[in-house]
Design a protein around this ligand. Structure first.
Ligand code: CP
Ligand code: NVA
Length: 311
């Protein structure tokens, strides 16, 4: 059964097809067409953490394609009210797929282990694959191609940077993380990328100005992710020199685009003038969450439509 727990679950060819499908479905929407590609399909959204973009983009995406979605919050008692096996097998009889936002990556792995329905990772502590799909859709729209483009992530070696490093390797893009020492990406994750993609061009630097010098896109995310609130004070101190502000933008090419997965802490990891500035694609990037995920859902649940409509 096809799951998307991490981007290791799909091939670079799958990725290209998902992005192409997303582009076709997006163009149709802009032209005023909302084909019922997922008529009568139902997905569940099982979320343990707050969300605006992920939840709303999946729900609206399904509705626009003629399907439905069910938001399952804490009241369903996942992990508390019955065994994981009972919970998952029951859910699998009702829905065509589940999008899961979990505190720990092992929880989405457990959910997928029963093969009761396709599981899509809607963010875990390890990675955020759906975010990365939207991010590269946005980069593709800005530049028209991927190969050799340089994405520089200024900030924490976190879930978002993990998925970006991997998706860059899948698209032959160069990825640089500029982070304070002690906040680099997980070493096992990096070795998995290098093993799967031996040509991956990934580096970690501790000097943000040097890192952005050849950037085509500069990305940042919060210094303190959901669940890390106890570390907030220490993180503010550690990341103080890693703010994406005018000074850092001046060290980058004037053609560089700015990305952020949102929600942002304005004035912390990014300043107002940069987030709202002329180089920012951040709002379009968040809109692309829906288009990218529509591409993913169609690829997972309606292959026939792709055969007929995506060349
Ligand atoms: N970027 C993102 O995943 O946003 P939400 O937490 O609002 O879903
Ligand atoms: N790194 C952030 C991303 C939020 C979309 C977090 O995990 O909270």
């Amino acid at each position: 059964m096809q799951h998307l727990l991490t981007l290791f679950d799909i091939s670079p060819d799958d990725l290209q097809l998902i992005l192409k499908t997303a582009g076709v479905v997006k163009s149709k929407l802009i032209a005023g067409e909302r084909p019922n590609i997922l008529n009568n399909k139902v997905i569940a959204l099982l979320f343990e953490k707050p969300s605006l973009r992920t939840r709303v983009s999946f729900e609206t995406g399904m509705a626009q394609m003629g399907g439905a979605s069910l938001f399952l919050g804490s009241d369903v008692g996942w992990g508390k009210r019955e065994s994981p096996s009972d919970f998952t097998q029951v859910l699998g009889q009702f829905v065509d797929a589940v999008v899961c936002r979990a505190k720990q990556h092992a929880q989405v792995e457990l959910l997928a282990s029963f093969n009761a329905m396709p599981v899509i990772n809607g963010l875990t502590d390890l990675c955020h694959p759906c975010q990365a799909l939207a991010d590269v859709l946005t980069i593709g729209e800005a530049f028209g191609s991927y190969a050799n483009k340089h994405l520089v992530f200024v900030g924490d070696g976190n879930n978002v940077s993990h998925s970006l490093a991997l998706i860059c390797a899948m698209l032959d893009m160069k990825f640089t993380l500029a982070c304070p020492s002690g906040y680099q990406m997980d070493a096992d994750w990096l070795s998995r990328i290098r093993k799967a993609y031996p040509k991956a061009d990934i580096q970690t630097l501790h000097d943000p100005a040097a890192a952005v010098k050849t950037a085509d896109a500069i990305y940042t995310d919060v210094w303190t992710s959901m669940g890390q609130e106890a570390e907030m004070a220490a993180r503010r101190q550690a990341f103080a020199d890693f703010q994406l502000n005018k000074m850092l933008m001046d060290a980058a090419p004037s053609s560089a685009r700015v990305l952020h997965c949102l929600p942002a802490v304005r004035g912390e990891e990014i300043t107002d003038d940069v987030i709202d500035g002329p180089q920012s694609d951040i709002i379009r990037q968040s809109g692309n969450r829906m288009h990218a995920q529509k591409g993913l859902l169609v690829w997972m649940l309606a292959t026939d439509w792709i055969t007929k409509n995506v060349s």
